[in-house]
Design a protein around this ligand. Sequence first.
Ligand SMILES: NC(=O)c1ccc[n+]([C@@H]2O[C@H](COP(=O)([O-])OP(=O)(O)OC[C@H]3O[C@@H](n4cnc5c(N)ncnc54)[C@H](O)[C@@H]3O)[C@@H](O)[C@H]2O)c1
Ligand SMILES: O=c1ccn([C@@H]2O[C@H](COP(=O)(O)OP(=O)(O)O[C@H]3O[C@H](CO)[C@@H](O)[C@H](O)[C@H]3O)[C@@H](O)[C@H]2O)c(=O)[nH]1
Length: 334
Amino acid sequence: MSADKPLNDRDIIVVGGAGYIGAHVCKTLSKYGANPITFDNLSSGHAHAVKWGPLETVDLRDAGATEAAFQRYAHVETVIHLASSIEVGIGETHPAEFYQNNVLGAMNLLNAMRKTDAAQIIFSSTCATYGETDAMPLTENQPQIPLSTYGKTKLAIEHMIESYHKAYGLKYVTLRYFNAAGADEAGEIGEEHDPETHLIPIALRSAMGLRGRMKIFGTDYDTPDGSCIRDYIHVSDIALAHVKALLALDTGLAATSLNIGTGNGVSNLEVLQTIERVTGLPLPYDPAPRRGGDLSRLYADGAKAKAIIGFEPQHSGIETIIKTAWNFHKREMD
Ligand SMILES: NC(=O)c1ccc[n+]([C@@H]2O[C@H](COP(=O)([O-])OP(=O)(O)OC[C@H]3O[C@@H](n4cnc5c(N)ncnc54)[C@H](O)[C@@H]3O)[C@@H](O)[C@H]2O)c1
Ligand SMILES: O=c1ccn([C@@H]2O[C@H](COP(=O)(O)OP(=O)(O)O[C@H]3O[C@H](CO)[C@@H](O)[C@H](O)[C@H]3O)[C@@H](O)[C@H]2O)c(=O)[nH]1
């Protein structure tokens, strides 16, 4: 095993590898010597973002097709599961689709894994599984009482994985990401959701004149400037956390859940100010009603991830995040 390629030519299944975070995970796995095999239905991901290994087009909601795809790669030991419906606001009005895609999809995946050599999973969960609380930064011991349908589906999957661990010996690391943002430093991949619901890409496109005036959902929260506070972590840092989790599973870790964040809370209005500074473009906004399912503030205590898998963010200052996102998005003006 070479020191800079510790994953040593290993095949790893990345479910949702055509998506925003999944593509960055594939790039990082490849950098560390692994062969990422993307399983994706391309519902929100892009075939052009699958650059570091093969793409198997499969929909997790189809149990038979999912099992058949796993049988084609029955030797693979590790699965990284990122596929999901992700938009907090949309989940409030479309819960049936969210439970079907997220919970049923995950169950089909776990059952397909049981019929192959896949004995360990790294699962993309979220800080949205925690409840409304003043106990910031959030440790993993905080109660998980999700407000949103999205958070509830993710917590249901966490519970399912835990049960499969206890009964069937499935090894797992659940990574509860805070807000993924930014883009690959080389500009090869970035955030390309359609429709886009996330604050930073929407604000960048608004500043570029590619969409209407920015709306800030809720300016009456109990926060210093009245807007919501989030913990933005660079997507390449999140990708690295998966490699660290995998190496920890390889060296004896059996089951854990970890926050993946920076510990810095940044308000929605501070994000807009940073975008104005980085791009040099004005970014006027209109206050708008609160969005359903939004918690007022969320930021991480990352001590457990540092202690258990040796993960610390490297590129997650808000300026760096916005510079890399801007570098990716401004190509749309070319
Ligand atoms: N973006 C964030 O800030 C954030 C924060 C916390 C957690 N997460 C979690 O990280 C994961 C990835 O998020 P993202 O921002 O990259 O989202 P994304 O929408 O860009 O990627 C999700 C991928 O999953 C695929 N997919 C969805 N349903 C599928 C199905 N039924 N079968 C097969 N493939 C399917 C999509 O086509 C897409 O490629 C999600 O699980 C999300 O809940 C994201
Ligand atoms: O046009 C917009 C878009 C967003 N927001 C606000 O910006 C903040 C951040 O919103 P968004 O970028 O949509 O992220 P979250 O709702 O925090 O959700 C993301 O981050 C979660 C972790 O916090 C993940 O679990 C989700 O998958 C991911 O979509 C929230 O207060 C939104 O109400 C606005 O004010 N205007």
